[in-house]
Design a protein around this ligand. Structure first.
Ligand code: BJW
Length: 238
């Protein structure tokens, strides 16, 4: 008997990159335990003190340069390839992470809903470019030439996440939704599981420990991402 297509949407958060040495936000010792997000990750903070915000993101860029994808990132890239090659259904990977570790592992159907740390955007002309260096306040935009207009291409609190139309469209058709390494604290990402349930999907949480909305999921598996994700993906591919 042939099975119908099974469309997958995966949402990842900081926990998937934790074992690559990138800090999470809300664990003890996480970024928002050390720094005040309202002073670093809002448009108001950038308007008030752009140097302070740039210093924070420049340091995070420097930290990202040596980070390597881990077994969880690789397992998701392999799952995607196998899923699509076998024609088993659609596959979408939505990440809240601004690092490039899913790309490093080879994921292709990838959407960065909170932006990308290694991109810089000009607030004057909208020019977006890959940039591994330091963003300097006085630097000129390579396209329009204006100075003091460059910012990291990340989504701050109060800003609209990226690709939401595409995400909600995928969630309307989803059969299997998996949230990995995310605390379920930040919206709208935290509500995707409810959209998936509305579409009739089976929902799974894979994380180190239960998050804010764990009770909503049909299935949960807790442990380090480098263990639970390859294990779950391997069983899925059977
Ligand atoms: C492991 C592990 C291991 C550890 N293995 N697992 C009141 C109510 C509801 C909403 C709001 C509200 N007031 C304001 C809002 C909206 C606001 C929001 O949600 N605020 C909440 C905090 C209350 N949201 C926004 O402003 C968003 N925009 C928006 O809403 O626009 C309007 C809109 C309207 C209508 C429709 C749609 C939109 C924008 C949010 C932008 C978030 N930006 C940040 C910073 C990005 C740049 C940067 O990196 O500096 O994004 S904040 C930060 O949190 C970052 C992350 O992507 C995001 C999510 O964090 P994540 O990934 O879940 O990390 P953690 O640390 O929280 O959790 C890690 C998890 O991993 C934990 O569970 C660990 O256990 C686990 N873990 N080690 C496996 N080894």
């Amino acid at each position: 008997m042939s099975r119908g297509p099974e469309n997958i949407v995966i949402l990842t958060g900081a926990g998937v990159s934790a074992e690559s040495g990138l800090g999470t936000f809300r664990d003890s010792g996480g970024l928002w335990a050390k720094f005040d997000p309202m002073k670093l990750a809002t448009p108001e903070a950038f308007a008030e003190d752009p140097e302070r915000v740039l210093e924070f993101y420049n340091a995070r860029r420097a930290n990202l340069i040596d980070a390597k994808a881990n077994a969880a990132h690789f397992a998701l890239a392999e799952l995607e390839q196998a899923w699509l090659m076998a024609g088993r259904g659609d596959f979408g990977l939505v990440t809240q992470n601004i690092d490039d570790l899913h790309e490093q592992a080879g994921s292709a159907s990838l959407l960065h809903m909170h932006g990308e740390l290694l991109k810089t955007r000009c607030t004057a002309c909208g020019h977006l470019f890959t940039d591994r260096g330091v963003i300097q306040r006085e630097a000129a935009c390579p396209k329009c030439g204006q100075t003091r207009t460059l910012r990291p291409h990340v989504v701050w609190f109060g800003e609209m996440p990226l690709g939401l139309d595409q995400i909600y469209k995928a969630l309307e058709q989803v059969d299997l939704f998996i949230a990995i390494g995310t605390s379920g604290t930040v919206y709208p990402a935290a509500s995707f599981v409810l959209e998936a349930k509305r579409a009739g999907a089976w929902t799974v949480e894979l994380s180190l420990e239960p998050g804010e909305i764990s009770e909503v999921f049909d299935e949960t598996m807790y442990g380090p991402a480098t263990e639970v994700v390859p294990d779950w993906a391997g069983r899925k591919l059977g």
